[in-house]
Design a binder for this molecule. Structure first.
Ligand code: PLP
Length: 381
């Protein structure tokens, strides 16, 4: 099997497996209990938080553990806008966002909240001029713009978004799931208030966190105990926290140039396929290292993915959350593609375990499959 779906989930790193197995042997208690088993659990939880804060250049109080980035995105949006002391009201975002942000924004709109939808440019980037114009009209908004789009790998101009937010007194949330390095730089630059990250995209177990800059108030969305400083109730998941800390450290130490070379080696033969179009921005600095998304003529993604699977190549049709559906990609539609074409998105993504041999082999398989399928289509026409 050749696994090229890291943007959906990365294989668990052996070091993560090892540390989780070790913890399972420890008979840990509840991290809120006062006895020694509880204190031991608490020690592991807080040590993981310290490691994460240090990896991201954040303060320990700024890290809120969540069940995943979906929950973190929900908490960022609803938790800040609902807070009684917040001077911010209304949301500015776009249809390029992951469902965790998009659906939350839609719900807020349905409930009567103000949501301004920024237009998307054809290459999958958010329109900065439209953002600036909107912030001039309505400065104290919450702005949500992701670091890298999960379907087409467009790297958003988040530094400029952050600067505009600072200039206009807006709050800035960034879904950093598909670009942890950029998320870390944003945190370091002080240009962002909230950042969501996910463990299983980095080779950890499912689980995530929300970075909440000191001074930003969030209302808990899961109610109950006072865990996570009152911002997220529920028994602390120590294994998840330790897995996240370990995966994050390893992910940040990854050789990004190697991943980019894998992507380039994969793409080079595909550019020769007649009718194949790579999606996303042309300029390298606006592209993610690990995502390569394509349309192959008018082929729908489903049969292509099924053929690839039969040949042992795992790829996807964009967002894993919607990859069971045959709905055209909302992101591609926002980029201006007609619905029929938006059904064709095939996404390949690479990561820590991918080898050059694997990408070369899979590019050959893709080429064989889509050329054969496109030829059949032409004969039918
Ligand atoms: N945000 C982005 C950009 C994603 O790609 C994903 C996962 O597909 C999520 C959020 C949700 O992350 P999780 O699976 O941790 O809930």
């Amino acid at each position: 099997m050749i696994y090229l779906d890291y943007a959906a989930t990365a294989p668990v790193r052996p070091q993560v497996g090892a540390c989780v197995r070790e913890l399972l042997e420890e008979d840990l208690g509840n991290a809120s209990s006062l006895h020694r088993a509880g204190r031991r659990a608490r020690h592991h939880l807080e040590a993981a938080r310290e490691r994460i804060a240090s990896s991201l250049g954040a303060k320990v109080e700024e890290i809120v553990f969540c069940s995943g980035a979906t929950e973190a995105d929900n908490l960022a949006l609803v938790g800040t806008l609902e807070h009684q002391d917040t001077p911010h009201s209304g949301l500015i975002t776009s249809r390029l966002e992951h469902a965790a942000v998009f659906e939350t924004a839609l719900r807020s709109e349905l409930k009567g909240g103000q949501v301004h939808w920024l237009p998307a440019l054809p290459d999958g980037l958010v329109d900065l001029e439209a953002l600036e114009a909107e912030l001039k009209l309505n400065p104290r908004r919450l702005v949500s713009v992701m670091a890298t789009n999960n379907e087409v790998g467009s790297r958003q101009p988040v530094e400029q978004v952050g600067t505009l937010c600072r200039e206009h007194g807006a709050l800035f949330h960034c879904d950093g799931v598909q670009d942890v390095v950029v998320a870390k730089q944003l945190i370091h630059s002080g240009l962002v208030d909230l950042v969501a990250l996910s463990g299983h995209k980095m080779g950890g177990l499912p689980g995530g966190l929300l970075f909440v800059r000191q001074g930003v108030a969030v209302n808990p969305q899961i109610l109950g105990g006072a865990q996570e400083d009152g911002r997220r109730a529920g028994t602390s998941e120590v294994l998840r926290a330790v897995s996240l800390a370990t995966a994050l450290e390893l992910h940040l130490a990854e050789d990004l140039a190697r991943i980019r070379q894998l992507r380039e080696a994969f793409e080079q033969p595909l550019t020769g396929i007649e009718g194949a179009v790579r999606l996303g921005p042309p300029q390298e600095e606006r592209r993610s290292n690990h995502i390569s998304s394509w349309l192959f003529g008018n082929l729908s993604a489903e049969p292509v993915l099924a053929q690839l699977d039969l040949r042992g190549v795992c790829a996807s049709s964009g967002s894993a959350c919607s990859s069971h559906s045959v709905e055209p990609s909302r992101v591609l539609k926002a980029m201006g593609l007609p619905s029929a074409r938006a059904l064709g998105l095939v996404r390949f993504s690479f990561g820590w375990k991918t080898t050059l041999e694997e990408v070369r082999r899979s590019a050959e398989v893709v080429q064989e499959i889509v050329e054969k399928m496109m030829q059949k289509e032409r004969q039918k026409a």
